[in-house]
Design a protein around this ligand. Structure first.
Ligand SMILES: C[S@@+](CC[C@H](N)C(=O)[O-])C[C@H]1O[C@@H](n2cnc3c(N)ncnc32)[C@H](O)[C@@H]1O
Length: 193
């Protein structure tokens, strides 16, 4: 399979047809989570998106080896992807798992999970769609909560990720081996923006 390059492409990305349910792993990294998701739900489209092309190419080889036909891999910059490429009302569940925490104060503006980004991303969810976040970083967890709490379009609902509680991302598995706890946040889109 090939990785589709969307960086620098300011045009709508056409969602593949034939899938009723669409999951997006934004910042998919080495792809362990999306591969398990695609195997668990062969009737769903699973989109893996990341800015690092080398990582995506390795994921593509794993997709081919496992014979998965329900995966698409996109090289994106998450902000551009949400602003320009991804249609509104398109995705059932968006996962942003263990995003880079940018712990230094001078780097905080690089964090993905801000009120503006989450607000825009929520607009990409179908009605009753789900936003799933995680982090091992306590201060980023507070930052995420503070970013999301003003957004009346999202309602916390942990039951929306109970079906995938056993699926770990590569980072989560590494953090847990090192004795760190990874916290998960899950929300249902209460209404469209
Ligand atoms: C800390 S890793 C987590 C990877 C994976 N979700 C996991 O938990 O194993 C963060 C990932 O987000 C990607 N990333 C960071 N900023 C991004 C951006 N602006 N757009 C797309 N991907 C981004 C990185 O390339 C990296 O693969």
């Amino acid at each position: 399979m090939t990785v589709e390059i969307l960086t620098g492409e300011y045009r709508p990305w056409i969602l593949p047809e034939g899938f009723d349910i669409v999951e997006l792993d934004l910042g998919c990294g080495k792809g362990g989570f999306l591969l398990s998701l695609a195997e668990k739900f062969p009737d769903r489209l699973v989109i893996g998106a990341d800015v690092m092309l080398g990582r995506l190419r390795k994921v593509a080889r794993k997709v081919t080896r496992r014979g998965l036909t329900n995966v698409r891999l996109l090289r994106v910059n998450a902000w551009e992807f949400v602003a320009h490429n991804l249609a509104d009302n398109a995705i059932d569940r968006i996962h942003i798992l263990c995003p880079d925490p940018w712990p230094k104060a001078r780097h905080r503006s690089k964090r993905l999970v801000t009120s503006e980004f989450v607000g825009r991303t929520t607009g990409k969810l179908k009605k009753n769609g789900v936003l799933h976040l995680s982090t091992d970083h306590g201060e980023y967890l507070q930052f995420m909560n503070a970013a999301i709490s003003p957004l009346s379009c999202l309602r916390a609902d942990a039951s929306t990720i109970s079906d995938i509680a056993m699926i770990k991302t590569d980072f989560e598995a590494d953090f847990e081996k090192a004795g760190c706890t990874v916290s998960h946040l899950a929300y249902r889109a209460a209404r469209r923006l």
